[in-house]
Design a protein around this ligand. Structure first.
Ligand code: ARG
Length: 574
Protein backbone atom coordinates (compact mmCIF):
# COMPACT_ATOMS: atom_id res chain seq x y z
CA UNK A 1 0.00 0.00 0.00
CA UNK A 2 2.83 2.36 0.80
CA UNK A 3 4.04 2.13 -2.75
CA UNK A 4 0.76 3.03 -4.24
CA UNK A 5 0.35 5.83 -1.72
CA UNK A 6 3.72 7.23 -2.58
CA UNK A 7 2.83 7.28 -6.24
CA UNK A 8 -0.54 8.85 -5.54
CA UNK A 9 0.90 11.53 -3.27
CA UNK A 10 3.56 12.38 -5.78
CA UNK A 11 1.13 12.57 -8.70
CA UNK A 12 -1.28 14.69 -6.68
CA UNK A 13 1.58 17.05 -5.87
CA UNK A 14 2.57 17.32 -9.51
CA UNK A 15 -0.92 17.87 -10.86
CA UNK A 16 -2.73 19.63 -8.05
CA UNK A 17 -5.55 17.06 -8.22
CA UNK A 18 -7.15 15.29 -5.27
CA UNK A 19 -5.40 12.14 -4.04
CA UNK A 20 -8.65 10.15 -4.09
CA UNK A 21 -9.17 11.05 -7.71
CA UNK A 22 -5.66 10.02 -8.68
CA UNK A 23 -5.98 6.80 -6.72
CA UNK A 24 -9.19 5.90 -8.51
CA UNK A 25 -7.47 6.35 -11.89
CA UNK A 26 -4.49 4.17 -11.10
CA UNK A 27 -4.60 0.85 -12.88
CA UNK A 28 -2.94 -2.49 -12.30
CA UNK A 29 -1.48 -3.43 -15.69
CA UNK A 30 -2.53 -6.79 -17.09
CA UNK A 31 1.07 -7.79 -17.92
CA UNK A 32 4.05 -7.47 -15.62
CA UNK A 33 6.09 -6.01 -18.51
CA UNK A 34 3.89 -2.92 -18.29
CA UNK A 35 4.80 -2.29 -14.70
CA UNK A 36 3.13 -2.83 -11.35
CA UNK A 37 0.98 0.27 -11.40
CA UNK A 38 0.05 2.40 -14.35
CA UNK A 39 -1.35 5.86 -14.64
CA UNK A 40 -3.34 6.72 -17.77
CA UNK A 41 -2.18 10.23 -18.65
CA UNK A 42 -5.14 10.93 -20.93
CA UNK A 43 -6.97 11.64 -17.66
CA UNK A 44 -4.80 14.71 -17.33
CA UNK A 45 -4.83 15.84 -20.93
CA UNK A 46 -7.61 18.36 -20.47
CA UNK A 47 -6.36 19.61 -17.14
CA UNK A 48 -2.75 20.07 -18.29
CA UNK A 49 -3.62 20.93 -21.90
CA UNK A 50 -1.06 18.61 -23.39
CA UNK A 51 -1.09 15.32 -25.26
CA UNK A 52 -1.08 12.22 -23.02
CA UNK A 53 2.19 10.92 -24.49
CA UNK A 54 3.90 14.22 -23.77
CA UNK A 55 2.59 14.30 -20.20
CA UNK A 56 3.77 10.73 -19.62
CA UNK A 57 7.26 11.58 -20.80
CA UNK A 58 7.56 14.69 -18.67
CA UNK A 59 6.24 13.02 -15.57
CA UNK A 60 8.49 9.98 -16.04
CA UNK A 61 11.52 12.25 -16.09
CA UNK A 62 10.44 13.97 -12.91
CA UNK A 63 9.42 10.78 -11.11
CA UNK A 64 12.69 8.92 -11.62
CA UNK A 65 14.64 10.77 -9.04
CA UNK A 66 11.88 11.54 -6.60
CA UNK A 67 9.93 8.35 -5.81
CA UNK A 68 12.39 6.39 -3.76
CA UNK A 69 10.66 3.03 -3.69
CA UNK A 70 10.56 2.64 -7.43
CA UNK A 71 12.92 0.65 -9.56
CA UNK A 72 11.81 2.37 -12.74
CA UNK A 73 9.21 4.57 -14.41
CA UNK A 74 8.48 4.30 -18.12
CA UNK A 75 6.26 6.34 -20.36
CA UNK A 76 4.49 3.98 -22.77
CA UNK A 77 1.80 5.17 -25.15
CA UNK A 78 0.38 7.81 -22.91
CA UNK A 79 0.68 5.66 -19.82
CA UNK A 80 3.08 6.17 -17.00
CA UNK A 81 4.19 2.69 -15.94
CA UNK A 82 5.66 2.32 -12.49
CA UNK A 83 7.94 -0.56 -11.57
CA UNK A 84 8.42 -1.08 -7.89
CA UNK A 85 11.62 -2.18 -6.26
CA UNK A 86 10.70 -5.82 -5.74
CA UNK A 87 12.81 -6.65 -2.75
CA UNK A 88 11.49 -3.64 -0.90
CA UNK A 89 7.97 -4.25 -2.04
CA UNK A 90 7.94 -7.85 -0.79
CA UNK A 91 9.53 -6.76 2.43
CA UNK A 92 6.99 -4.00 3.00
CA UNK A 93 4.02 -6.26 2.24
CA UNK A 94 5.21 -8.98 4.62
CA UNK A 95 6.05 -6.52 7.40
CA UNK A 96 2.68 -4.88 7.05
CA UNK A 97 0.84 -8.18 7.51
CA UNK A 98 2.97 -9.38 10.38
CA UNK A 99 2.73 -6.08 12.22
CA UNK A 100 -1.05 -6.06 11.87
CA UNK A 101 -1.52 -9.63 13.13
CA UNK A 102 -5.14 -10.53 13.78
CA UNK A 103 -6.07 -6.93 13.08
CA UNK A 104 -4.98 -7.29 9.48
CA UNK A 105 -7.24 -5.11 7.36
CA UNK A 106 -8.91 -3.57 10.38
CA UNK A 107 -9.86 0.04 9.81
CA UNK A 108 -11.57 2.97 11.41
CA UNK A 109 -13.48 3.80 8.24
CA UNK A 110 -16.81 3.27 9.98
CA UNK A 111 -16.02 4.84 13.34
CA UNK A 112 -19.10 6.42 14.89
CA UNK A 113 -21.46 4.91 12.32
CA UNK A 114 -23.98 2.16 12.76
CA UNK A 115 -24.85 -0.43 10.18
CA UNK A 116 -27.92 -2.61 10.64
CA UNK A 117 -27.54 -5.95 8.89
CA UNK A 118 -30.75 -7.88 8.63
CA UNK A 119 -30.33 -11.49 7.60
CA UNK A 120 -31.58 -15.03 7.98
CA UNK A 121 -35.16 -13.99 8.89
CA UNK A 122 -36.74 -17.44 8.46
CA UNK A 123 -40.44 -18.07 8.74
CA UNK A 124 -41.67 -19.62 11.95
CA UNK A 125 -43.05 -23.15 11.69
CA UNK A 126 -41.46 -23.58 8.29
CA UNK A 127 -38.30 -25.51 7.53
CA UNK A 128 -35.01 -23.70 7.72
CA UNK A 129 -34.07 -24.66 4.22
CA UNK A 130 -31.08 -24.08 2.02
CA UNK A 131 -32.47 -20.78 0.70
CA UNK A 132 -32.18 -19.44 4.24
CA UNK A 133 -28.63 -20.69 4.32
CA UNK A 134 -27.74 -18.14 1.67
CA UNK A 135 -29.02 -15.12 3.58
CA UNK A 136 -27.62 -16.46 6.85
CA UNK A 137 -24.14 -17.07 5.48
CA UNK A 138 -23.99 -13.92 3.36
CA UNK A 139 -25.39 -11.74 6.14
CA UNK A 140 -22.97 -13.13 8.67
CA UNK A 141 -20.04 -12.38 6.35
CA UNK A 142 -21.25 -8.83 5.74
CA UNK A 143 -21.63 -8.23 9.44
CA UNK A 144 -18.06 -9.40 10.06
CA UNK A 145 -16.69 -7.29 7.22
CA UNK A 146 -18.40 -4.13 8.43
CA UNK A 147 -17.34 -4.83 11.96
CA UNK A 148 -13.74 -5.15 10.76
CA UNK A 149 -14.00 -1.76 9.08
CA UNK A 150 -14.89 -0.14 12.38
CA UNK A 151 -18.65 0.21 12.03
CA UNK A 152 -20.91 -0.58 14.92
CA UNK A 153 -23.06 -3.39 13.56
CA UNK A 154 -26.48 -4.54 14.69
CA UNK A 155 -27.47 -8.02 13.56
CA UNK A 156 -31.19 -8.36 13.12
CA UNK A 157 -33.18 -11.53 12.54
CA UNK A 158 -36.51 -10.23 11.22
CA UNK A 159 -38.42 -13.42 11.93
CA UNK A 160 -41.38 -14.23 9.73
CA UNK A 161 -43.59 -14.77 12.74
CA UNK A 162 -46.76 -13.17 11.47
CA UNK A 163 -49.22 -13.34 8.62
CA UNK A 164 -52.14 -15.32 7.31
CA UNK A 165 -50.21 -18.60 7.29
CA UNK A 166 -50.50 -18.63 11.07
CA UNK A 167 -54.26 -18.66 10.68
CA UNK A 168 -53.85 -21.79 8.54
CA UNK A 169 -51.52 -23.37 11.00
CA UNK A 170 -53.84 -22.70 13.94
CA UNK A 171 -56.77 -24.28 12.09
CA UNK A 172 -54.63 -27.22 10.98
CA UNK A 173 -53.30 -27.75 14.48
CA UNK A 174 -56.79 -27.77 15.98
CA UNK A 175 -57.88 -30.34 13.43
CA UNK A 176 -54.90 -32.66 13.18
CA UNK A 177 -52.24 -31.46 15.60
CA UNK A 178 -50.56 -33.76 18.07
CA UNK A 179 -48.81 -31.97 20.91
CA UNK A 180 -46.36 -34.78 21.61
CA UNK A 181 -45.36 -35.09 17.96
CA UNK A 182 -44.89 -31.33 17.68
CA UNK A 183 -42.74 -31.23 20.79
CA UNK A 184 -40.58 -34.10 19.51
CA UNK A 185 -39.94 -32.78 16.00
CA UNK A 186 -41.57 -29.38 15.78
CA UNK A 187 -40.92 -28.18 12.29
CA UNK A 188 -41.48 -31.48 10.51
CA UNK A 189 -44.75 -31.98 12.34
CA UNK A 190 -45.95 -28.42 11.73
CA UNK A 191 -44.95 -28.78 8.12
CA UNK A 192 -46.92 -32.02 7.90
CA UNK A 193 -50.15 -30.40 9.07
CA UNK A 194 -49.50 -27.29 6.98
CA UNK A 195 -49.17 -29.42 3.85
CA UNK A 196 -52.30 -31.30 4.86
CA UNK A 197 -54.15 -28.01 5.20
CA UNK A 198 -53.33 -27.10 1.62
CA UNK A 199 -54.36 -30.50 0.32
CA UNK A 200 -57.67 -30.40 2.18
CA UNK A 201 -58.39 -26.79 1.34
CA UNK A 202 -58.58 -27.69 -2.34
CA UNK A 203 -61.79 -29.63 -1.73
CA UNK A 204 -62.88 -27.78 1.41
CA UNK A 205 -62.55 -24.07 0.64
CA UNK A 206 -64.26 -23.19 3.95
CA UNK A 207 -60.94 -24.03 5.60
CA UNK A 208 -59.48 -20.91 4.06
CA UNK A 209 -62.22 -18.81 5.65
CA UNK A 210 -61.57 -20.39 9.01
CA UNK A 211 -57.89 -19.62 8.62
CA UNK A 212 -58.57 -15.99 7.84
CA UNK A 213 -60.78 -15.77 10.89
CA UNK A 214 -58.15 -17.40 13.10
CA UNK A 215 -55.56 -14.90 11.92
CA UNK A 216 -57.96 -12.04 12.55
CA UNK A 217 -58.41 -13.32 16.11
CA UNK A 218 -54.67 -13.58 16.53
CA UNK A 219 -54.14 -10.04 15.34
CA UNK A 220 -56.92 -8.82 17.64
CA UNK A 221 -54.99 -10.33 20.56
CA UNK A 222 -57.28 -13.29 21.32
CA UNK A 223 -55.61 -15.46 23.97
CA UNK A 224 -56.08 -19.05 22.71
CA UNK A 225 -54.73 -18.15 19.26
CA UNK A 226 -51.86 -16.20 20.77
CA UNK A 227 -50.90 -19.11 23.00
CA UNK A 228 -50.71 -21.48 20.05
CA UNK A 229 -48.74 -18.97 18.05
CA UNK A 230 -46.32 -18.49 20.92
CA UNK A 231 -45.74 -22.23 21.12
CA UNK A 232 -45.03 -22.46 17.40
CA UNK A 233 -42.64 -19.55 17.70
CA UNK A 234 -40.74 -20.87 20.71
CA UNK A 235 -40.34 -24.35 19.28
CA UNK A 236 -39.23 -23.04 15.91
CA UNK A 237 -36.65 -20.72 17.40
CA UNK A 238 -35.25 -23.55 19.46
CA UNK A 239 -34.81 -25.61 16.35
CA UNK A 240 -33.27 -22.74 14.35
CA UNK A 241 -30.85 -22.16 17.21
CA UNK A 242 -29.10 -25.48 16.60
CA UNK A 243 -28.29 -24.47 13.02
CA UNK A 244 -27.14 -21.01 14.09
CA UNK A 245 -24.94 -22.45 16.76
CA UNK A 246 -23.32 -24.85 14.37
CA UNK A 247 -22.61 -22.08 11.88
CA UNK A 248 -21.42 -19.69 14.60
CA UNK A 249 -24.18 -17.22 13.81
CA UNK A 250 -25.59 -14.89 16.44
CA UNK A 251 -27.99 -11.96 16.45
CA UNK A 252 -28.46 -8.81 18.46
CA UNK A 253 -32.19 -8.69 17.82
CA UNK A 254 -34.90 -11.21 17.01
CA UNK A 255 -37.64 -8.65 16.56
CA UNK A 256 -39.78 -10.21 13.87
CA UNK A 257 -42.82 -9.16 11.98
CA UNK A 258 -45.19 -9.68 14.91
CA UNK A 259 -43.38 -7.00 16.88
CA UNK A 260 -44.42 -4.40 14.35
CA UNK A 261 -48.10 -5.22 14.15
CA UNK A 262 -49.07 -2.65 16.76
CA UNK A 263 -46.76 -0.06 15.25
CA UNK A 264 -48.74 0.04 12.03
CA UNK A 265 -51.14 2.77 13.22
CA UNK A 266 -48.19 5.13 13.57
CA UNK A 267 -47.16 4.35 10.00
CA UNK A 268 -50.70 4.93 8.79
CA UNK A 269 -50.85 8.25 10.61
CA UNK A 270 -47.57 9.39 9.16
CA UNK A 271 -48.65 8.53 5.62
CA UNK A 272 -52.00 10.24 6.16
CA UNK A 273 -50.31 13.33 7.57
CA UNK A 274 -48.17 13.57 4.49
CA UNK A 275 -51.32 13.18 2.41
CA UNK A 276 -50.07 10.18 0.46
CA UNK A 277 -52.37 7.42 1.70
CA UNK A 278 -55.26 6.89 -0.70
CA UNK A 279 -58.08 4.41 -0.97
CA UNK A 280 -58.08 1.91 -3.79
CA UNK A 281 -60.70 -0.84 -4.02
CA UNK A 282 -61.25 -0.61 -0.29
CA UNK A 283 -57.56 -0.92 0.55
CA UNK A 284 -55.27 1.87 1.78
CA UNK A 285 -52.39 2.32 -0.61
CA UNK A 286 -49.58 4.69 -1.54
CA UNK A 287 -49.29 5.40 -5.25
CA UNK A 288 -45.75 5.16 -6.58
CA UNK A 289 -46.12 6.08 -10.25
CA UNK A 290 -43.40 8.70 -10.02
CA UNK A 291 -41.00 5.93 -8.96
CA UNK A 292 -42.13 3.73 -11.82
CA UNK A 293 -43.53 1.25 -9.30
CA UNK A 294 -46.92 -0.31 -8.66
CA UNK A 295 -48.90 1.02 -5.65
CA UNK A 296 -47.88 -0.26 -2.23
CA UNK A 297 -50.74 -1.64 -0.12
CA UNK A 298 -50.50 -0.58 3.51
CA UNK A 299 -53.83 -1.86 4.85
CA UNK A 300 -55.96 -4.48 3.16
CA UNK A 301 -59.67 -3.89 2.62
CA UNK A 302 -60.49 -5.84 5.79
CA UNK A 303 -58.16 -3.56 7.73
CA UNK A 304 -55.44 -6.19 8.33
CA UNK A 305 -51.80 -5.38 7.81
CA UNK A 306 -49.48 -6.98 5.30
CA UNK A 307 -45.84 -7.82 4.94
CA UNK A 308 -45.00 -4.39 3.49
CA UNK A 309 -46.69 -2.46 6.29
CA UNK A 310 -44.62 -4.30 8.84
CA UNK A 311 -41.46 -3.49 6.92
CA UNK A 312 -42.40 0.19 6.83
CA UNK A 313 -42.81 0.14 10.60
CA UNK A 314 -39.51 -1.70 10.98
CA UNK A 315 -37.53 0.95 9.10
CA UNK A 316 -38.98 3.68 11.32
CA UNK A 317 -38.28 1.68 14.44
CA UNK A 318 -34.69 0.91 13.48
CA UNK A 319 -34.09 4.52 12.61
CA UNK A 320 -35.41 5.58 16.00
CA UNK A 321 -33.23 2.99 17.75
CA UNK A 322 -30.01 3.10 15.80
CA UNK A 323 -29.85 6.17 13.52
CA UNK A 324 -28.25 3.82 11.03
CA UNK A 325 -25.81 4.97 8.38
CA UNK A 326 -26.96 1.90 6.47
CA UNK A 327 -29.81 -0.51 6.93
CA UNK A 328 -28.99 -3.59 4.89
CA UNK A 329 -31.53 -6.26 3.94
CA UNK A 330 -29.97 -9.54 2.94
CA UNK A 331 -32.98 -11.08 1.25
CA UNK A 332 -33.40 -13.05 -1.99
CA UNK A 333 -33.66 -11.18 -5.27
CA UNK A 334 -37.31 -12.20 -5.84
CA UNK A 335 -38.18 -9.65 -3.15
CA UNK A 336 -36.46 -6.77 -4.95
CA UNK A 337 -39.73 -5.12 -5.95
CA UNK A 338 -41.06 -5.32 -2.41
CA UNK A 339 -38.07 -3.45 -1.05
CA UNK A 340 -38.12 -0.84 -3.79
CA UNK A 341 -41.73 -0.16 -2.87
CA UNK A 342 -41.05 0.04 0.86
CA UNK A 343 -38.13 2.42 0.39
CA UNK A 344 -40.09 4.51 -2.13
CA UNK A 345 -43.09 4.90 0.22
CA UNK A 346 -40.80 6.23 2.92
CA UNK A 347 -39.00 8.48 0.50
CA UNK A 348 -42.31 9.87 -0.67
CA UNK A 349 -43.25 10.45 2.97
CA UNK A 350 -40.08 12.51 3.36
CA UNK A 351 -38.35 10.01 5.66
CA UNK A 352 -34.65 10.65 5.07
CA UNK A 353 -33.69 7.23 6.50
CA UNK A 354 -35.05 5.72 3.29
CA UNK A 355 -31.88 6.80 1.51
CA UNK A 356 -29.79 4.68 3.87
CA UNK A 357 -31.72 1.48 3.18
CA UNK A 358 -30.23 -1.11 0.83
CA UNK A 359 -31.58 -4.38 -0.43
CA UNK A 360 -28.78 -6.89 -0.92
CA UNK A 361 -30.27 -9.62 -3.08
CA UNK A 362 -28.95 -13.04 -3.98
CA UNK A 363 -29.69 -15.84 -6.42
CA UNK A 364 -31.43 -19.18 -6.08
CA UNK A 365 -30.04 -22.39 -4.70
CA UNK A 366 -30.50 -25.30 -7.06
CA UNK A 367 -30.02 -28.98 -6.66
CA UNK A 368 -29.61 -30.57 -10.05
CA UNK A 369 -32.18 -33.27 -9.36
CA UNK A 370 -34.35 -32.06 -6.50
CA UNK A 371 -36.86 -29.28 -6.31
CA UNK A 372 -37.72 -27.18 -3.31
CA UNK A 373 -41.14 -26.17 -2.17
CA UNK A 374 -42.70 -25.87 1.27
CA UNK A 375 -46.23 -26.63 0.13
CA UNK A 376 -45.46 -30.03 -1.26
CA UNK A 377 -43.37 -30.77 1.81
CA UNK A 378 -40.43 -31.66 -0.41
CA UNK A 379 -37.68 -29.57 1.10
CA UNK A 380 -34.06 -29.95 1.98
CA UNK A 381 -33.51 -28.99 5.59
CA UNK A 382 -30.31 -27.07 6.11
CA UNK A 383 -29.48 -29.08 9.23
CA UNK A 384 -29.51 -32.29 7.15
CA UNK A 385 -27.39 -30.74 4.45
CA UNK A 386 -24.79 -29.56 6.95
CA UNK A 387 -24.62 -33.00 8.50
CA UNK A 388 -24.31 -34.72 5.14
CA UNK A 389 -21.44 -32.46 4.18
CA UNK A 390 -19.60 -32.96 7.46
CA UNK A 391 -20.03 -36.75 7.16
CA UNK A 392 -18.69 -36.82 3.62
CA UNK A 393 -15.77 -34.66 4.70
CA UNK A 394 -14.98 -36.95 7.61
CA UNK A 395 -14.77 -39.91 5.23
CA UNK A 396 -12.32 -38.06 3.00
CA UNK A 397 -10.13 -36.92 5.88
CA UNK A 398 -10.12 -40.33 7.54
CA UNK A 399 -9.17 -41.95 4.25
CA UNK A 400 -6.37 -39.44 3.67
CA UNK A 401 -5.10 -39.98 7.19
CA UNK A 402 -5.09 -43.74 6.59
CA UNK A 403 -3.25 -43.41 3.28
CA UNK A 404 -0.67 -41.07 4.69
CA UNK A 405 -0.47 -43.07 7.88
CA UNK A 406 -0.71 -39.97 10.00
CA UNK A 407 -1.73 -40.97 13.48
CA UNK A 408 -4.53 -38.41 13.60
CA UNK A 409 -6.76 -39.19 16.59
CA UNK A 410 -10.48 -39.56 15.97
CA UNK A 411 -11.33 -36.43 17.96
CA UNK A 412 -9.07 -34.36 15.74
CA UNK A 413 -10.57 -35.90 12.60
CA UNK A 414 -14.03 -35.01 13.89
CA UNK A 415 -13.04 -31.45 14.62
CA UNK A 416 -11.43 -31.05 11.22
CA UNK A 417 -14.45 -32.58 9.48
CA UNK A 418 -16.73 -30.09 11.18
CA UNK A 419 -14.68 -27.06 10.21
CA UNK A 420 -13.93 -28.21 6.69
CA UNK A 421 -17.40 -29.57 5.97
CA UNK A 422 -19.13 -26.39 7.13
CA UNK A 423 -16.43 -24.32 5.46
CA UNK A 424 -17.16 -26.11 2.19
CA UNK A 425 -20.79 -25.02 2.38
CA UNK A 426 -20.01 -21.44 3.34
CA UNK A 427 -17.47 -21.23 0.53
CA UNK A 428 -20.00 -22.52 -1.99
CA UNK A 429 -22.40 -19.72 -1.12
CA UNK A 430 -19.80 -16.98 -1.17
CA UNK A 431 -17.46 -17.91 -3.98
CA UNK A 432 -19.28 -16.04 -6.75
CA UNK A 433 -21.16 -12.79 -7.08
CA UNK A 434 -24.23 -13.11 -4.90
CA UNK A 435 -26.74 -12.62 -7.70
CA UNK A 436 -25.59 -15.79 -9.42
CA UNK A 437 -27.63 -18.91 -8.80
CA UNK A 438 -25.93 -21.70 -6.94
CA UNK A 439 -25.98 -25.20 -8.31
CA UNK A 440 -25.00 -27.63 -5.61
CA UNK A 441 -22.31 -30.14 -6.44
CA UNK A 442 -20.61 -32.30 -3.85
CA UNK A 443 -17.67 -32.93 -6.15
CA UNK A 444 -16.94 -29.23 -6.49
CA UNK A 445 -17.58 -28.40 -2.86
CA UNK A 446 -15.27 -31.06 -1.60
CA UNK A 447 -12.65 -30.86 -4.33
CA UNK A 448 -9.40 -30.53 -2.41
CA UNK A 449 -7.70 -29.11 -5.51
CA UNK A 450 -10.43 -26.84 -6.82
CA UNK A 451 -11.89 -23.51 -5.82
CA UNK A 452 -13.16 -24.74 -2.52
CA UNK A 453 -12.81 -24.25 1.20
CA UNK A 454 -10.97 -27.57 1.63
CA UNK A 455 -8.38 -26.44 -0.89
CA UNK A 456 -7.66 -23.21 0.97
CA UNK A 457 -7.83 -24.90 4.37
CA UNK A 458 -5.51 -27.61 3.15
CA UNK A 459 -3.05 -25.00 1.92
CA UNK A 460 -3.16 -23.32 5.29
CA UNK A 461 -2.50 -26.59 7.11
CA UNK A 462 0.37 -27.33 4.77
CA UNK A 463 1.96 -23.92 5.30
CA UNK A 464 1.52 -24.23 9.03
CA UNK A 465 3.21 -27.60 9.05
CA UNK A 466 6.27 -26.07 7.38
CA UNK A 467 6.43 -23.42 10.08
CA UNK A 468 6.06 -26.05 12.78
CA UNK A 469 8.83 -28.07 11.22
CA UNK A 470 11.09 -25.02 11.13
CA UNK A 471 10.44 -24.48 14.80
CA UNK A 472 11.05 -28.13 15.59
CA UNK A 473 14.39 -27.80 13.84
CA UNK A 474 15.23 -24.95 16.13
CA UNK A 475 14.68 -22.13 13.69
CA UNK A 476 12.70 -19.38 15.32
CA UNK A 477 10.15 -18.03 12.89
CA UNK A 478 11.01 -14.36 12.54
CA UNK A 479 8.60 -11.51 12.45
CA UNK A 480 10.68 -9.44 10.10
CA UNK A 481 11.57 -9.90 6.48
CA UNK A 482 14.73 -8.57 4.86
CA UNK A 483 14.73 -6.93 1.44
CA UNK A 484 16.00 -10.08 -0.22
CA UNK A 485 12.95 -11.77 -1.76
CA UNK A 486 12.80 -10.98 -5.45
CA UNK A 487 11.54 -14.03 -7.33
CA UNK A 488 8.43 -13.94 -9.54
CA UNK A 489 6.58 -16.18 -7.08
CA UNK A 490 7.51 -14.17 -4.03
CA UNK A 491 6.51 -10.98 -5.76
CA UNK A 492 3.18 -12.50 -6.80
CA UNK A 493 2.45 -13.49 -3.20
CA UNK A 494 3.43 -10.05 -1.93
CA UNK A 495 1.08 -8.38 -4.37
CA UNK A 496 -1.80 -10.46 -3.10
CA UNK A 497 -0.89 -9.62 0.48
CA UNK A 498 -0.67 -5.99 -0.51
CA UNK A 499 -4.17 -6.03 -2.01
CA UNK A 500 -5.71 -7.67 1.03
CA UNK A 501 -6.92 -4.55 2.87
CA UNK A 502 -8.44 -3.17 -0.28
CA UNK A 503 -10.26 -6.44 -0.94
CA UNK A 504 -11.95 -6.20 2.46
CA UNK A 505 -13.11 -2.66 1.81
CA UNK A 506 -14.42 -3.52 -1.63
CA UNK A 507 -16.13 -6.69 -0.43
CA UNK A 508 -17.98 -4.68 2.22
CA UNK A 509 -18.85 -1.75 0.02
CA UNK A 510 -20.20 -3.85 -2.82
CA UNK A 511 -21.77 -6.37 -0.40
CA UNK A 512 -19.76 -9.05 -2.20
CA UNK A 513 -17.69 -11.27 0.11
CA UNK A 514 -16.49 -13.21 -2.93
CA UNK A 515 -14.04 -10.37 -3.57
CA UNK A 516 -12.21 -11.23 -0.38
CA UNK A 517 -12.67 -14.97 -0.79
CA UNK A 518 -11.08 -14.86 -4.25
CA UNK A 519 -8.17 -12.87 -2.91
CA UNK A 520 -7.62 -15.51 -0.25
CA UNK A 521 -7.94 -18.35 -2.75
CA UNK A 522 -5.51 -16.65 -5.12
CA UNK A 523 -3.09 -16.30 -2.24
CA UNK A 524 -3.39 -20.00 -1.49
CA UNK A 525 -2.73 -20.82 -5.15
CA UNK A 526 0.26 -18.49 -5.32
CA UNK A 527 1.70 -20.06 -2.20
CA UNK A 528 1.27 -23.63 -3.48
CA UNK A 529 2.96 -22.72 -6.72
CA UNK A 530 5.80 -21.12 -4.84
CA UNK A 531 6.27 -24.02 -2.49
CA UNK A 532 6.36 -26.49 -5.37
CA UNK A 533 9.30 -24.54 -6.82
CA UNK A 534 10.99 -23.58 -3.64
CA UNK A 535 11.56 -25.97 -0.73
CA UNK A 536 11.72 -23.14 1.77
CA UNK A 537 13.29 -25.10 4.61
CA UNK A 538 16.18 -26.15 2.44
CA UNK A 539 17.27 -22.60 1.70
CA UNK A 540 20.99 -22.42 2.45
CA UNK A 541 21.41 -18.73 3.11
CA UNK A 542 20.20 -17.94 6.61
CA UNK A 543 18.84 -14.47 5.91
CA UNK A 544 17.00 -15.70 2.85
CA UNK A 545 15.55 -18.64 4.74
CA UNK A 546 14.41 -16.44 7.59
CA UNK A 547 12.76 -14.03 5.19
CA UNK A 548 10.99 -16.85 3.40
CA UNK A 549 9.67 -18.13 6.68
CA UNK A 550 8.43 -14.63 7.48
CA UNK A 551 6.67 -14.57 4.11
CA UNK A 552 5.13 -17.92 4.93
CA UNK A 553 3.99 -16.64 8.28
CA UNK A 554 2.32 -13.67 6.58
CA UNK A 555 0.56 -15.98 4.11
CA UNK A 556 -0.85 -18.09 6.96
CA UNK A 557 -2.05 -15.04 8.79
CA UNK A 558 -3.76 -13.51 5.79
CA UNK A 559 -5.49 -16.78 4.91
CA UNK A 560 -6.70 -17.27 8.48
CA UNK A 561 -7.97 -13.71 8.88
CA UNK A 562 -9.53 -13.70 5.41
CA UNK A 563 -11.39 -16.97 5.93
CA UNK A 564 -12.51 -15.92 9.38
CA UNK A 565 -14.02 -12.74 7.98
CA UNK A 566 -16.35 -14.72 5.76
CA UNK A 567 -17.11 -17.29 8.46
CA UNK A 568 -14.76 -20.17 7.62
CA UNK A 569 -12.45 -21.76 10.18
CA UNK A 570 -8.99 -23.27 9.75
CA UNK A 571 -7.31 -26.39 11.09
CA UNK A 572 -3.67 -27.07 11.83
CA UNK A 573 -3.62 -30.40 10.03
CA UNK A 574 -5.95 -32.37 7.84
N1 ARG B 1 -39.31 -14.11 6.25
C1 ARG B 1 -39.08 -13.81 4.88
C2 ARG B 1 -38.84 -15.08 4.07
O1 ARG B 1 -38.41 -16.09 4.62
C3 ARG B 1 -37.91 -12.90 4.67
C4 ARG B 1 -37.95 -11.61 5.43
C5 ARG B 1 -37.09 -10.59 4.81
N2 ARG B 1 -36.96 -9.38 5.55
C6 ARG B 1 -37.82 -8.37 5.56
N3 ARG B 1 -37.54 -7.33 6.30
N4 ARG B 1 -38.89 -8.35 4.80
O2 ARG B 1 -39.05 -15.07 2.87
Amino acid sequence: MDFRNQIVTWLAGQTGLEQDQIDAWIEIPPQPSLGDYAFPCFRLAKHLRRAPAKIAEELAGLARGSITQLADVQPVQGYLNFFVDRARFVQAAVQHVLAAGDSLGRQTLGAGQTVVVEYSSPNIAKPFHVGHAFTTILGQALHRLYDHLGYRTVRVNHLGDYGTQFGKLIVAYRLWGDAAAVAADPIRELLRIYVRFHEQAETHPELEDQAREAFRQLEAGSEPEKALWQTFRDLSLKEFATVYERLGVTFDSYLGESFYSDRIPAVVNLLRDRGILVESQGAQVVMLDEYGLPPCIVLKSDGTTIYASRDLAAVLYRWEQYRFARNIYVVGTPQALHFRQVFAVLDKAGVTAAKNCVHVGFGLVKFPDRKLSTRSGDVIFLADLLQECVDKTRDIIAENARLRQTDMPMAEIDEAAEKIGLGAIVYTFLKNGRERDIVFSWEEMLDFDGDSAPYVQYTYARARSILRKAEAEGQAVPDTCAAVLTSEDEFAIAKLLDGFDQAIVRAAELYEPYILLRQVTALARAFNKYYNHEPILKTEDALLRQSRLALLQAVCLAIRVGLDLVGIGVVERM
